[in-house]
Design a protein around this ligand. Sequence first.
Ligand code: F6R
Length: 265
Amino acid sequence: MEIVIKPNCEAMSHCAGDFVEAWLSRKPDLVLGLATGSTPLGLYRELARRHRDSGLSFARVTTFNLDEYIGLPADHPQSYHSFMRESLFRRLDLDPRRTHLPDGNAADIAAECAAYEAAIRAAGGIDLQVLGIGHDGHIGFNEPSSSLRSRTRIKTLTEQTIRANARFFGGADKVPHHAITVGVGTIFEAQCCLLLATGTEKAGAVAAAVEGPLTAMCPASALQFHEFCTLIVDEAAAVGLKRRDYYRYVYDGKPDWQQWEKTGA
Ligand code: F6R
């Protein structure tokens, strides 16, 4: 894993923007895996700014989101369909036919999950997967105890995740209890994973994911087994990392030619 520690959320988002842009310049028809939640919002603003000010184009990009609530109308303001439309899609030159989210209102959820996996495969697989991390170490909605080889399926949200997401819904009682999420195994097949984290409340999860044991109790720890995984975190999210001085030393000493290559740290 490559661990990049930036002073604050803004610097983290800028750095993540550089990372995505580097991928896009190498592969304009990138297949990009996307997350929702607060963490990637700075990155999405950064991508929108680069598109607006420097003409960074997403015209040939295909996107797949990680998850969607079950039973929430797609046009509900808190659906992930709405979230992505507002925070990113409408700000870029993406082809709407190439943006994908699971359909949380499908009549047959199991068939929808299988179709989502098939669509990812048909697109050639995810090149770059953007991830946030939950307080309990979840990625997507793969809550602790999720199989580390899981595929796209229905998951029940933990009480902690429901409480954490209550801020978007104006109360925990309004948060759906179920979601479709791509699996840890699905995430694992991405060519490269980029996990972002900000704030002290994520420090425990980041430390468990990076330096803890590989365990289904912290699904993000599966990324230790991924060949090309970069974490970009701010200082606050890094406070629990015992070897943070070493990670800084490694990153600061990286030669220019190696910046944002798939370094396999
Ligand atoms: C949502 C997702 C989740 C979030 C996680 C952190 O698509 O992938 O795993 O990344 O719940 O959420 P925030 O960023 O709101 O703290």
